[in-house]
Write a protein that binds this ligand. Structure first.
Ligand SMILES: [Zn+2]
Length: 315
């Protein structure tokens, strides 16, 4: 069912979940089916090269779609165990401006065709990029090698810190948005707290009655963690069946079941052979996309360079 929101802004059409799903399908189209999955931590040689090639295929599709929507795209290659990996960032104009909102996801995947993990986030980002009017101060990033310890986002955060470009107003990670029944904002990831104010700011932009809530997730690593560790205000959105969240003590048993080709108890298809476009709920993409679109309109502000241009013009 479509979510109808009167945000009172009077401009821009609402976020289109079907279009986000169409972007996701484009990304999955270039993705080989990895079945019940592989463990990227253990890959080396030709197996690692193949993993990175599949990841790069998705990065190319994502970059192309950003460019089609008028964004500047920067590919930032880096080396991992002697092989080429790549992060991608997209912004308007000549560079990242201070105070931007950074929305981040990853293009590598380790099971199925990576529709849920993390094609859903890439689809939402790309449809969002088509909606965000160009005077808003927003940056998108898609990272490599998230599945083996957020290597790509760690590299990106370090590089931005070194070039004094880490002055984000907020960093929002999108991770596995489409197959769980409930959309949640995680309050804690891998020992790092999300920013309380940012969590409430996002929640307040969700369509009324959306059911988005906060949830603790201390059992896995994600792309916003390297930014949180460097002092950025961060949060993460993802989806699962809240009622069936798997406790840490049962994680190993679930992993074995998934390796045998079984399903997860929490409803998510991430890291399972079921990670395919047919499992994705378009209404989840619409809910996350609309919430972020509302958030960007209210919080992302005008790009400083455009403010300067209009002041100069008025002189
Ligand atoms: Zn992921």
């Amino acid at each position: 069912m479509p979510i109808i929101v009167d945000h009172g802004c009077g401009y821009d059409p609402i976020f289109n979940g079907e279009k986000a799903l169409a972007y996701l399908r484009r990304i999955c189209f270039v993705s080989e089916d990895l079945g019940a999955g592989l463990n990227p931590y253990t890959l080396k040689g030709s197996a690692l090269r193949r993993y990175l090639r599949l990841s790069r295929n998705r990065a190319i599709i994502v970059s192309k779609a950003f460019m089609e929507n008028g964004w500047t795209v920067e590919a930032r290659p880096f080396e991992y165990k002697g092989h080429d990996a790549v992060n991608v960032i997209a912004y308007h104009g000549d560079g990242i401006e201070p105070g931007a909102v950074l929305i981040i996801a990853h293009h590598d995947y380790c099971a199925g065709v990576g529709a849920e993990d993390d094609g859903t986030a890439l689809g939402v980002m790309l449809e969002l990029a088509a909606h965000v009017v160009d005077y808003r101060n927003v940056v998108f990033a898609s990272c490599d090698l998230e599945e083996c310890g957020a290597i790509g986002s760690e590299t990106l955060a370090r590089e931005l810190e070194e070039s004094l470009q880490l002055e984000f107003k907020a960093v929002i990670a999108l991770e596995c948005l489409g197959s769980g029944k409930d959309v949640v904002i995680s309050s804690r990831m891998d020992g790092v707290d999300s920013d309380r104010d940012l969590m409430y700011d996002i929640l307040c932009e969700a369509p009324f009655g959306s059911g988005i809530s906060f949830m603790d997730f201390d059992c896995f690593y994600s792309d916003h963690v390297p930014f949180a560790r460097r002092g950025c205000k961060t949060a993460q959105m993802c989806s699962l069946d809240k009622a069936n969240k798997v406790p840490a003590s049962e994680m190993d048993a679930q992993r074995e079941e998934v390796a045998r080709g079984g399903r997860r108890k929490d409803g998510s298809v991430a890291h399972t052979c079921f990670d395919k476009p047919g499992e994705i709920k378009v209404e989840n993409l619409e809910l996350v996309g609309q919430t972020l679109l509302n958030y960007i309109r209210r919080h992302a502000g005008v790009r400083p360079s455009l403010l300067r241009t209009s002041t100069e013009k008025n002189r």
